[in-house]
Design a protein around this ligand. Structure first.
Ligand code: PEP
Ligand code: MN
Length: 279
């Protein structure tokens, strides 16, 4: 059979890819990596407060969109470059690596100057000019799975980045569109072990965009970790009801602290544990 994924697959390189990010090791046998933060960067003071609280709660990396892909052009679109400056300040102050989305091939360099990991959103999974540009970014790429993308389409998109010269790709399942169910996405738990069998890339899960509702986030996070996810990305907001985007799925800081405690117990029971937090 043809080798569909010569770079992502395990035929030529059987061992897991480990992506080093600021002292953490994403993928491989290490502990579960937890990325946390608001959907969007909304302002400096709030983001810095949240970043400090997340670090204290044990988060390994921060997330926050400066450029937001919104279904409606009338929804909050993010702070753009001003948001990148806020991410840089949070990174400096906490020492935590940052992941942020890049929407446009023309903005890859600007986002790559600040972010430790560049996120490709679900809607852009098959934006091939963007994927090719990310091949030259010099920073790891977190590739979300499209809302209805097959495993083959997802892995071939990863292959585009790898073939363009960037060997550091992390996959992220974020829930699939459900027939007759507009209120949430279906987390494809089976995709986690399957992606890990078919390819060597780290497999992360974003339970927040699958859940679309905060009470479902923790159970989906536990399910993903139990199914073999090597990292989770979770939306957290200091005041979820006031969030400018995705507030209904954002955990409060208190809820996030509770989830970290649960994940710590779960991962210990599974024999791995959480990744060692950054000093
Ligand atoms: C996000 O992470 O805020 C986001 C927009 O995710 P997705 O592309 O998976 O919808
Ligand atoms: Mn979001």
């Amino acid at each position: 059979m043809a080798d569909l994924y010569p770079l992502a697959g395990r035929k030529r390189h059987p061992s897991d890819l480990v992506v080093p990010v600021g002292g953490l090791r994403l993928g491989g046998p290490g502990g579960l990596v937890v990325i946390a933060g608001p959907c969007a960067v909304e302002g400096e003071a709030a983001f810095l407060r949240t970043a400090r609280a997340l670090k204290a709660a044990g988060a390994h990396m921060l997330r926050g969109g400066a450029f937001k892909p919104r279904t409606s052009p009338y929804s909050y679109q993010g702070l753009g470059r001003a948001g990148l400056r806020i991410l840089a300040a949070a990174r400096r102050e906490t020492g935590l690596p940052v992941v942020s989305e890049v929407l446009d091939p023309r903005e890859v360099d600007a986002v790559a100057r600040v972010a430790d990991v560049l996120q490709v959103g679900a809607r852009n999974m098959q934006n091939y000019p963007l994927l090719r540009e990310l091949g030259r970014a010099g920073k790891p790429v977190l590739l979300k799975r499209g809302l209805s993308a097959t495993m083959e389409e997802w892995l071939l998109s990863a292959e585009h980045v790898l073939a363009s010269g960037n060997g550091q790709v992390i996959l992220c399942e974020r829930g699939q569109r459900l027939i007759g169910e507009p209120e949430r996405c279906g987390l494809d738990a089976g995709a986690i072990p399957l992606a890990r069998r078919l390819c060597r890339l780290p497999v992360f899960v974003d339970p927040s965009h699958a859940a679309r509702s905060r009470d479902l986030v923790a159970p989906l996070a536990r399910a993903a970790a139990a199914a073999g996810a090597q990292g989770l990305m979770i939306e957290v907001h200091e005041r979820p009801s006031a969030a400018l985007s995705d507030g209904r799925q954002a955990l409060s800081l208190l809820q996030f602290r509770g989830l970290m405690a649960e994940l710590s117990r779960l991962m210990a029971a599974l024999g791995t544990g959480l990744a060692q937090p950054q000093i």
